[in-house]
Design a protein. Structure first.
Lengths: 251, 399
């Protein structure tokens, strides 16, 4: 069963047709990679899924409900969490506070006025955040300023924050961009573990073929704003169309 | 204690002690001595310390936590004052209903102004709030003269109805603001061997309210709501993608800080029952920004310190004049004396803004965290030496 259905999506920026006739279906509990050369429209597509952009044509359905026209926070509350290319965390807050915020969002929804209670008295939130930190192997960094951590740790924290919300779909935008090989491998292992242990669907946009082929069990290749092929990894590897899109016609 | 941790409790206690003993602390010099003009322990100034302290505490909840720099907060101060004076005119001279109305009216205005201004962030938000405040000022100054008294300001008259009180006192005067019979302006003097300490009802009333306001702000800082506000300042994008709607959070912070400003305005009118449009001018809005930054943005006690610092300078430095300088430097030869006075002259009296400006620049450049950071550095320097000593003492036996 597919959890995310993208139908005939098109998006134009002035004279540039960034996306046209994009059809995509992400199956529940799969790891679906969207790959493609620079300028293929991967990030535009992702922004259409999370409410940052509204496509000109077509529809995006998540679990039977349209996400179009909803704000990012509403789409998140529906069950889609997003990990950014450069880790987006609350740098001035402590690691623990970073982890508590998604726990509050999960429990209390988009807004709740609890201005008098002490946040450390919210036992269930504190427990849940501590549990998540342990799961991410970050319990020792609990009281650190989030901005002071290494890039790999920031990425780990961001993924942990997304998981704390128990999303049904986790979207990752080039999660290993700019990382050292060791950090990349750690991230791959972490994502593998997440997809094995949790009831979660992962959609990943990635440049790095090593990451894609280590993780994905379904791949969509995007070129010039349109899906070229959608297939299993084995078939993508040898597909001449894909080679052409990546390496140019002369190759 | 009171739902606060140890550190916050001691901070609250410090503020309580400082405000309750302010008449002593601010009057360190005996009456009649040469230094007596540096005494700040007279009711008028002490009231201003705590009232502007409330104003700055509230401003800090918006600016310090969310990072949204409002440049129009004086509008709420003015609205609070007008609301309170109208209550004195219609209902009676008790300050409680006046202050309650001041807070409510300021809060209502804050909902409207905040709702519109918070559609933008950064500099555009600041400009929108500034535009609103200037509109309010213009309205109060001319268009709404029947309600605000226009240029002359809103004053009490002998013909005001005062349903729950008397229009006039037995002596035919306008009654003064009071709290269940305790007149705000009444003071008791305590003379101890040359020192004169003044205890004023209005000051202690305002001080108690400031302590409450300070306590409330600690609670807000430590609450989940306060954490969300800090998260907005840190990374609004992440907050949206974590399923939280920043708009109601910022609006709530804006309204709370507007109500604090209204409370300060109401107290101002309670100490001296008149309200004028100049209270809403942009310079007044800028002043609270200075107070907060000077004291330490986003810290609990910073705004209070900043407010006290600026009000002290405004009232004490502005009173020093050339005659006083000549007295101070009388020991110098005549030519040199004139020269020194000539050099210092621009920094005193009406030139106190110059002194304040220089101090402000120094603080922003060398202590970006304000006076609070200065205090922390001093404490660290003292503690650091001690910690080093104990550390070496500890490690020595191991080696």
């Amino acid at each position: 069963m597919s959890i995310l259905e993208v139908k005939d999506v098109g998006k134009r920026f002035g004279g540039l047709q960034a996306l046209s006739d994009v059809n995509l279906s992400v199956k529940e509990n799969s790891v679906h990679a969207i790959i493609g050369p620079n300028g293929a429209g991967k990030s535009t597509l992702l922004n259409c899924l999370v409410g940052k952009l509204i496509p000109d044509t077509g529809s995006v359905m998540f679990d039977g409900q349209s996400v179009l026209g909803r704000s990012p926070y509403e789409i998140n509350q529906m069950g889609i969490s997003r990990v950014f290319q450069t880790p987006e965390i609350f740098g001035e807050l402590s690691v623990m506070e970073n982890m508590m915020i998604p726990c509050f969002a999960k429990r209390d929804g988009a807004f709740r006025m609890h201005a008098i209670e002490n946040m450390m008295d919210e036992k269930d939130i504190v427990e849940r955040a501590e549990h998540m930190l342990e799961e991410m192997n970050m319990a020792d960094k609990r009281d650190m300023h989030a901005a002071a951590m290494s890039r790999g740790d920031k990425r780990r924290l961001e993924i942990g924050m997304c998981l704390a919300q128990e999303p049904r779909l986790l979207l990752l935008d080039e999660p290993t961009a700019g990382m050292a090989r060791a950090d990349t491998n750690n991230t791959i292992d972490l994502l593998k573990q997440i997809s094995d242990e949790r009831d979660i669907t992962i959609a990943i946009i990635e440049h790095d073929m090593h990451v894609v082929f280590s993780l994905a069990n379904r791949i969509t290749v995007l070129a010039q704003g349109t899906p070229l092929v959608e297939d299993d990894p084995e078939n993508i590897r040898g597909n001449p169309k894909v080679r052409e899109a990546y390496l140019g016609e002369t190759a | 204690m009171l739902g606060l941790n140890k550190k916050d409790t001691s901070l609250l206690l410090i503020v309580v002690v400082l405000t309750l003993f302010a008449p002593f602390i601010l009057n360190p010099f005996p009456e009649g001595s040469a230094m007596a003009q540096f005494n700040a322990g007279y009711p008028d100034l002490m009231q201003r310390f705590v009232i502007f302290g409330i104003f700055a505490i509230g401003f800090n909840i918006l600016f310090g936590l969310t990072g949204y720099l409002s440049f129009g907060h004086a509008a709420f101060l003015g609205i609070g004052s007008y609301g309170a004076v109208w209550m004195f005119k219609i209902l009676g001279m008790n300050v409680l209903p006046a202050i309650v109305l001041a807070v409510i009216v300021a809060g209502l205005f804050a909902v409207v102004i905040g709702y519109v201004s918070l559609r933008r962030s950064g500099i555009y938000f600041s400009i929108l709030t500034l535009a609103f405040a200037q509109m309010m000022f213009a309205l109060a100054y001319s268009v709404l003269t029947p309600i605000t008294g226009g240029e002359t300001g809103l004053q009490l008259t002998l013909n005001d109805p005062r349903i729950l009180g008397a229009s006039q006192t037995a002596g035919g005067n306008i009654p003064v603001p009071s709290l269940f019979g305790m007149e705000m302006r009444s003071s008791t003097d305590l003379e101890i061997a040359g020192w004169v300490f003044t205890f004023n009802v209005g000051y202690y009333f305002s001080a108690l309210i400031m302590i409450l306001a300070f306590y409330l702000s600690i609670r807000i800082f430590r609450s989940p709501f306060g954490m969300m506000l800090r998260a907005i300042k840190s990374n609004q994008n992440r907050l949206s993608y974590t399923g939280l709607n920043p708009r109601p959070y910022t609006l709530a912070a804006f309204v709370i800080s507007g109500m604090y400003a209204g409370l300060a305005g109401g107290l101002m009118a309670s100490m001296d029952p008149l309200a004028g449009a100049e209270r809403m001018q942009w310079t007044a809005s800028g002043e609270v920004v200075l107070m907060t930054i000077l004291g330490g943005t986003g810290t609990l006690i910073g705004p209070v310190l900043g407010a006290g610092f600026i009000k002290y300078f405004e009232n004490i430095f502005s009173k020093i004049n050339d005659n006083i300088l000549h007295q101070w430097f009388a020991f110098l030869p005549d030519g040199l004396e004139d020269f020194v006075v000539f050099i210092i002259h621009p920094f005193i009296g009406k030139g106190w803004h110059l002194t304040l400006g220089i101090l402000f620049m120094l603080v922003v450049i060398f202590l970006p965290g304000g006076l609070v950071e200065g205090g922390q550095r001093i404490r660290k320097a003292i503690k650091g030496k001690k910690a080093d000593d104990t550390e070496t003492a500890k490690t020595e036996p191991a080696e």
